[in-house]
Design a protein around this ligand. Structure first.
Ligand code: ADP
Length: 407
């Protein structure tokens, strides 16, 4: 019987997932998709590797609160049941999860047990938008299928070897001992893109490269020889670039002002900085870049201008960490699909000798810089689910070998 694994990337309002068969050479993708709109109007779409739609469903009429009342757990349960039925003669043997925060203790992917989940829960206040949902998915799978091996893959992991100077927060030292340091996030995406770049352009991968992960969440990673040496997210995933609903870097005095002068509670400030700021806060229209492009409201244009300015400005900072720049890689929803944003960011970097090939950029081509450009600019689609599958495969393999030996 062929063995299969599921990769789960469980966020606040969506769950991305992939199904893989375990072949000798590694995980082979067979299906994937996204469950979106959790908490409002849930809908799921699953497609095969050849693009065929295998399942399309939305929870509206006739469901509790028209679907809005459905939490992660029942939706995940339905997704698991679908995978189980769909795979028929393939046994699901493991589930790999994206876990946003590994704290100061965990960076390498790990097998999950109850004690680990309890410890990871203590990091939830550090990633309130993500960690509770990551752990809810682990608990739900453990409840439904207690026999499965589960693997935690940490978003902080890729950055754990950053130089000390990139990890320190300038607070009284005692707080560092209590875990207050810069961690960095989007590590599974960066790990995947770093490996892809090593295959596509080994010489560039050895050099000084900034990878721009621009999605709803957005960050930059400075890589030298494929390893992270600096990144824009820090202690939490709130730092760095302007995001869909998050502020990114913000004067800490503004946070104090909101509480002391504007009278907001700490929880109200937290909710505002994570959920009502960024592109949404600036535009008062949408957190979604496509909607902002489609609008002729001047607030949408200003939100886009700020997004671009902040991204380019922080690229400048990472160039100092790298002592130069050989390559720039765009990835994630905006990075992979939005030539307007890429062109605007690159225009602000023209002083580095970066020259964009406009036609290649418009076509989302793999290389979008001109031959004469001093900086090579690439578009590399990310695949966090595949990275989770690769880690899950390596950690699950010993069990499989043992099982083979038994039979
Ligand atoms: P998440 O962080 O939720 O994984 P994604 O990587 O899917 O986010 O990115 C979502 C963002 O990408 C949204 O702002 C969306 O508008 C933008 N995006 C996705 N596709 C396109 C596209 N074809 N053109 C422009 N923007 C896009």
């Amino acid at each position: 019987m062929t063995r299969s694994i599921i990769s789960l990337n469980s966020g606040s309002s969506s769950i991305k997932f992939g199904l893989y068969h375990l072949e000798e050479q590694g995980p082979v993708h067979v299906a994937g998709g996204k469950l979106e709109g959790i908490g409002t109007a849930p809908r799921i779409r699953i497609h095969s590797d050849t693009g065929e739609i295998l399942l399309e469903k939305s929870w509206g009429e006739g469901t509790k609160d028209g679907g809005a009342g459905l939490t992660h757990e029942p939706l995940l349960s339905e997704l698991y049941d679908w995978a189980h039925d769909h795979l028929q003669d393939h046994a699901i043997v493991a589930v790999g999860h994206r876990v946003v925060h590994g704290g100061g203790r965990y960076w390498a992917p790990r097998l999950i047990d109850e004690a680990l989940v309890a410890e990871l829960d203590t990091f939830s206040p550090l990633a309130p938008l993500h960690q509770p949902h990551n752990l809810a998915a682990i608990r739900e799978i453990a409840r439904k299928a207690p026999h499965l091996v589960q693997v935690a893959c940490f978003d902080t992991g890729f950055h754990h070897a950053m130089p000390g100077v990139a990890t320190r927060l300038p607070l009284p030292r005692a707080y560092a001992a209590r875990g207050m340091r810069r961690y960095g996030f989007h590590g599974l995406s960066y790990e995947y893109v770093s490996a892809r770049l090593a295959t596509l352009d080994p010489a560039l991968a050895q050099g000084r490269v900034i990878v721009a992960h621009l999605g709803n969440g957005a960050s930059l990673c400075a890589m030298r020889g494929g390893a992270s040496v600096d990144t824009t997210m820090g202690f939490t995933a709130l730092d760095g670039l302007i995001m869909g609903t998050r502020t990114g870097m913000l004067d800490p005095g503004a946070v104090i002002h909101l509480q002391l002068q504007e009278g907001l509670s700490a929880h109200e400030v937290e909710s505002m900085l994570y959920r009502r700021s960024g592109l949404l806060g600036l535009s008062e229209l949408s957190s979604d870049m496509r909607s902002l492009h489609a609008s002729d409201d001047p607030r949408a244009a200003e939100a886009i201008e700020s997004f671009v300015w902040t991204a380019a400005r922080q690229m400048g900072a990472l160039m100092v960490s790298l002592e130069g720049l050989d390559g720039l890689v765009f990835t994630a929803g905006i990075g992979e699909n939005d030539p307007v944003i890429r062109a605007a960011i690159c225009a602000r970097l023209a002083w580095t000798g970066l020259v964009l090939d406009e036609a290649a950029n418009a076509a989302n081509a793999p290389v979008i810089s001109s031959p004469e450009s001093r900086v090579i600019v690439r578009v590399i689609p990310t695949d966090e689910e595949r990275q989770i599958a690769l880690h899950t495969f390596s950690l699950t393999q010993p069990f499989m070998d043992a099982a083979k030996g038994d039979s």
